[in-house]
Write a protein that binds this ligand. Structure first.
Ligand SMILES: Nc1ncnc2c1ncn2[C@@H]1O[C@H](COP(=O)(O)OP(=O)(O)O)[C@@H](O)[C@H]1O
Ligand SMILES: [Mg+2]
Length: 273
């Protein structure tokens, strides 16, 4: 019985992987993840989307924080349809992709408090992502995964072309980010690491080095790369703009925190080319 289920699951996984490589699409899937919740993942994701759009990229954001979706708040949008209307009520893919008030940023919204339970081997979430990729319309597809390393998060990380982990210097956030790093080190080539709420660039750089040293000591896959891409300082304006349903990189363009995130997006653009 177990063998049957797992062989079916692995067939589906292989199918999903094959489909992904088969689809000839310009879309790069970037998953933004964190390990720990509350580190600023969604705020960073929404503001990154804006910076990518300023580079002329057409961006789609998928709110994949299953159960705790809040991306529509950050974009100040009332989506007519969510991811779940597609999964449960037969809404077409096009219907769940909402144009935000920002040029070149679309959102596939989730639904807070809603949890669509599915058999993980069916990989329905990955399929939606791959269907959006297959539209060949977006340059970048940002996935805001939930916190933690549960099956949903793993499903999204698995299909991502690149993974960006957001952490703070908080010891529990670092423990969680190390667990994430360890988990993906066997299947992925690299992880980008950004430090939020971190006073300066060098602190994040030094902590990244300690995480790499620990990985070496624990004999994690040597070919797996952890690449530090910068910090965003703690800034009250970030919390305030979030509450006002606005984007800090737009409202406070040129401020230290906005420049911090610009530097992060600059390095991502260079790396993913
Ligand atoms: N660099 C920062 N400085 C100050 N407040 C921040 C910063 N980054 C995020 N925040 C605030 O922290 C809170 C949690 O952010 P959020 O993006 O919802 O985290 P997550 O998605 O990781 O749970 C929000 O109120 C947000 O405005
Ligand atoms: Mg969030």
């Amino acid at each position: 019985m177990f063998n049957t289920i797992s062989s079916q699951a692995s067939k589906l996984i292989n199918l999903t992987k094959k489909e992904h490589s088969r689809v000839n699409s310009k879309t790069k899937i970037i998953a933004i993840t964190s390990g720990k919740g509350g580190v600023g993942k969604s705020t960073i994701t929404a503001n990154m989307a804006y910076l990518f759009s300023q580079y002329g990229k057409n961006v789609a954001v998928v709110d994949a924080d299953i159960g705790l979706a809040n991306m529509q708040i950050l974009f100040n949008l009332k989506p007519k349809k969510t991811l779940y209307d597609h999964l449960e009520n037969g809404a077409k893919l096009e219907e769940i992709i909402s144009q935000t008030q920002y040029d070149n940023i679309s959102l596939v919204a989730g639904k807070s408090g809603h949890n669509f339970i599915h058999n993980n081997s069916s990989r329905l979430y990955s399929r939606i992502i791959l269907d959006i990729v297959a539209l060949n319309k977006y340059d970048i597809l940002l996935i805001d995964t939930g916190a933690g390393l549960n099956d949903y998060v793993q499903e999204f990380l698995e299909i991502a072309d690149e993974i960006v982990a957001i952490t703070t210097t908080d010891p529990s956030a670092l423990t969680d980010v190390y667990a994430l790093l360890k988990m993906i080190s066997t299947t992925k080539k690299r992880l980008f690491l950004a430090f939020n709420q971190t006073a300066n660039y060098k602190i994040g750089q030094a902590i990244t080095q300690s995480l790499k040293d620990l990985a070496l000591k624990n004999r994690l896959n040597r070919n797996f790369m952890v690449k530090y891409i910068g910090n965003v300082i703690p800034d009250l304006n970030i919390a305030t703009t979030g509450r006002l349903r606005k984007l800090f990189v737009k409202e406070f363009a040129g401020s230290s925190s906005a420049l911090d995130l610009e530097r992060i997006v600059d390095s991502l653009i260079k790396e993913i080319k």
